[in-house]
Design a protein around this ligand. Structure first.
Ligand SMILES: [Zn+2]
Length: 388
């Protein structure tokens, strides 16, 4: 399954070659996975050499799906992906998640998740699991949100709370950090496979980063990494709720950008939501508003200052700007590049690419859904023998 997921439809003979098993073993495993509705027949392979052409085996888009859910500071999202990578349901809901009881946010997320699952089930698709993306520190067993400074949440058993609200006891439910899942979304669903070594920076009200090395997400033992937003770019700068001073997100986070541009910082995000703050910023920059242009140029330089250290240490070939930085890319990229060229060898002596995220607002929620499908590939027994 992993071979077919990574390389696309292929014949049984080619799978055998790719995974180093005999053709008869592969044929019997393919038969079993087809009976489970995980693989499907995709017609005759093209004749490329001697011998009878085999039939192509592909991941099935007709049975198993994964649900991604996302809690961000001021919106919620849900996405259903099929095994073949098709988006079956995708929804963004503007929802202020700060200063309201945690339970009411979880109720709204549960409702969004249930309606996405209902829609998938109405198409006779079988949801096997859900991943919840959250902007905070997640315990390594993946069930508890330890702290989300921008939400003001701490110690929340997200897995249990959300699993109960989805009302499907058989679902496999897990929780992940939003910045990590956005990088995985880009890796598996966007252009990430071509980039291989990249730093993915997601901007929202907070700023997170994730690092992919040789096609794998870099995970620290504690799972508490990626906090680019709290890298200090000014030791004497303004105090940050995290306890430090001069943190990057005080300059480049969405609310900071809106305030510096003298736009209404109360509008809420965001990407995915049509009249969100990021559109105000982009429109203001397009009109040539000097305060907005200055704020974005300063943000580009601040991003360069903060991620210059990571670029020097890790020498990625690509820096990806995601979240709100994707629609603002055109105004950020030049000051960011100049700052990096001044500070990082890699930016001067190799072809460091700075690119706009392919998936933008959808990256984290798609990464979350993809994680479930990867889990099915790793353990097809998550799905029962008749596809149930
Ligand atoms: Zn901070």
């Amino acid at each position: 399954m992993r071979a077919v997921m990574e390389k696309g439809p292929m014949s049984r003979a080619n799978i055998a070659e790719a995974v180093g098993l005999t053709k008869s073993t592969v044929s019997s495993l393919v038969g079993e996975l087809m009976a489970r509705g995980l693989l499907s027949d995709r017609g005759q392979a093209q004749v490329t050499g001697a011998g009878r052409p085999g039939r192509l085996v592909a991941l099935s888009d007709k049975t198993v799906v994964g649900l991604g859910l996302e809690i961000n500071v001021d919106y919620l999202a849900a996405c259903v992906l099929d095994l073949a990578g098709g988006v079956r349901v995708e929804r963004f809901l503007r929802h202020e998640n700060r200063g309201v009881p945690v339970q009411s946010v979880l109720d709204a997320l549960g409702e969004l998740g249930r309606s996405a699952l209902d829609e998938a089930e109405a198409e006779r698709l079988i949801p096997v699991g859900a991943t919840i993306a959250a902007p905070g520190l997640i315990e390594t067993d993946g069930g508890t949100l330890l702290m989300a400074p921008n939400l003001g949440w701490s110690e929340t058993s997200l897995r249990t709370e959300v699993a109960n609200r989805l009302e499907r006891p058989h679902l496999y439910v897990t929780v992940g950090n939003e910045a990590n899942l956005a990088a995985l979304g880009e890796l598996w669903q966007g252009h990430g496979r071509e980039w291989r070594d990249f730093i993915h920076i997601s901007g929202e009200i907070g700023v997170g980063a994730a690092i992919v090395v040789d096609g794998e997400l870099l995970r620290s033992g504690s799972g508490l990494g990626g906090e680019l937003g709290h890298v200090s770019i000014d030791p004497d700068g303004a105090e940050c709720p995290c306890g430090s001073r001069g943190c990057l997100e005080r300059v480049v986070g969405q609310e900071a950008l809106l305030k510096r541009s003298r736009l209404d910082a109360e509008v809420g995000t965001s990407i995915g939501v049509p009249d969100g703050g990021v559109r105000l910023l982009a429109e203001s920059a397009e009109r040539g508003d000097q305060e907005t242009l200055d704020a974005l140029a300063e943000a580009g330089r601040a991003l360069g200052l903060a991620c210059g250290a990571a670029v020097n240490l890790l020498a990625p070939n690509t820096v990806v700007l995601g979240g709100i930085f994707a629609p603002l890319f055109d105004w950020l990229v030049n000051p960011l590049r100049e700052e990096l060229e001044e500070r990082a060898f890699v930016a001067r002596y190799s072809d460091l690419a700075i690119v706009r995220s392919e998936l933008g607002a959808s990256a984290a929620v798609r990464g979350a859904a993809s994680l479930i499908l990867r889990a099915v590939c790793a353990d097809p027994y998550l799905v029962g023998s008749s596809g149930h």
